[in-house]
Design a binder for this molecule. Structure first.
Ligand SMILES: [Zn+2]
Length: 349
């Protein structure tokens, strides 16, 4: 049995949802992660200071007792975002960062930005104040092939943005291509990488029939890209850090409409560890999970430690959503039914 400890990790990209789902799933993150950047694409997106405060309160209420987990809130940028409110919210520690969704790029993003140039005066203020810009990097034009949308976004939108705002703190979220890996390294911006993009390529969606369990956005790409992502994540390079993009959907909705998103938070750490072990890079896991992110965001690393062990770890088929002791829904986690070789043993003080 192998055992090692790392500083407690953070999740730099997470969807916590609301209401009953939030109450049932938050423990999977708050048990083992110190902080998480909470995405603002709730049904009614988080576009103002008041909405962010009330969402943060509902997260606090959903947390297990005595939890010291810290949700870091984000504002959802729209064509109508008020610059003064954005900066005021950042300076008063309501917003940790701003999230840019090109309109209709993913779940609940119909309010997103239609033309990025419209936000240039906002980016100017963000650059001045040090407020990070988190980007869902895909164009949404229907004439661009869905597998090319990240690459086209980088060349068409991100490159001019980086050139025009060289001091703006940018994170390209959930990268999926070797093109993104190269761009991030060459331009010294940050990037999060999900566990699922390290494990699956696009074949997974078509194995044994059309399978929406492996459908997420940006969609998984071909194998050469997966290999490039694994190399980047396990390299120890400080540009790359942990962001699960865990995005739960109730079973009936996933089956019915094939919504985009993979729920990986119950198994995220073990899933990443599997990759790092396969790549002979366990020594770099702490950098990716616990150090590179705080370093990028100018935050101290967490103080507590997490103990990890090798032990057969059978992942359950479903996570139950429970209301007053009744099962009212089910969500399928990533790696459902598989046995992984790693397990989180717990927090070491
Ligand atoms: Zn996301």
């Amino acid at each position: 049995m192998k055992t090692f400890t790392i500083l407690k990790p953070d999740d730099w990209h997470l969807h916590l949802r609301e209401g009953l789902v939030l109450k049932n799933i938050i423990k999977f993150t708050s048990d083992y992660f110190g902080r998480a950047i909470v995405m603002p694409n709730t049904k009614n997106p988080i576009t103002t200071i008041n909405k962010a405060i009330s969402y943060k309160n509902s997260i606090a209420q959903a947390l297990p007792e005595n939890s010291n987990f810290q949700p870091l809130m984000t504002i959802y940028l729209t064509d109508e975002t008020d610059k003064d409110e954005l900066i005021q919210g950042y300076k008063n520690n309501v917003f940790f960062a701003a999230k840019l969704y090109p309109a209709n790029s993913t779940t609940n993003s119909s309010h997103g930005v239609k033309k990025i140039e419209n936000l240039y005066n906002i980016f100017e203020s963000m650059e001045d104040s040090g407020m990070p810009l988190l980007i869902h990097g895909e164009v949404t034009d229907s004439d661009v092939d869905v597998f090319d949308r990240e690459e086209v976004f980088i060349d068409r939108e991100l490159l001019p943005l980086v050139k025009r705002f060289p001091k703006l703190k940018i994170v390209l979220e959930h990268i999926t291509t070797s093109h993104a890996v190269d761009f991030v390294q060459n331009n010294k911006i940050g990037a999060t990488i999900t566990p699922h993009h390290l494990h699956i390529n696009r074949n997974a969606m078509f194995f044994g029939g059309l399978n929406s369990d492996f459908y997420c956005l940006p969609v998984a790409k071909r194998e050469t890209n997966r290999i490039a992502l694994r190399k980047a994540a396990t390299s120890g390079n400080e540009c790359f850090f942990l962001g699960t993009d865990s995005a739960p959907h109730l079973r009936e909705w996933k089956a019915f409409c094939g919504c985009a998103g993979i729920f990986n938070s119950p198994v995220a750490i073990e899933s990443y560890l599997t990759v790092f072990e396969e790549e002979n890079a366990l020594d770099n896991f702490e950098k990716f999970a616990s150090l590179n992110g705080p370093n990028f965001y100018n935050l101290p690393p967490n103080k507590e430690k997490l103990k990890l062990v090798t032990r057969p770890n059978k992942i359950s088929e479903f996570v139950n959503i429970i209301e007053e002791k009744n099962i009212v829904g089910k969500i399928k986690p990533f790696h459902a039914g598989e046995t992984l070789n790693w397990q989180v043993e717990g927090i070491v003080k």
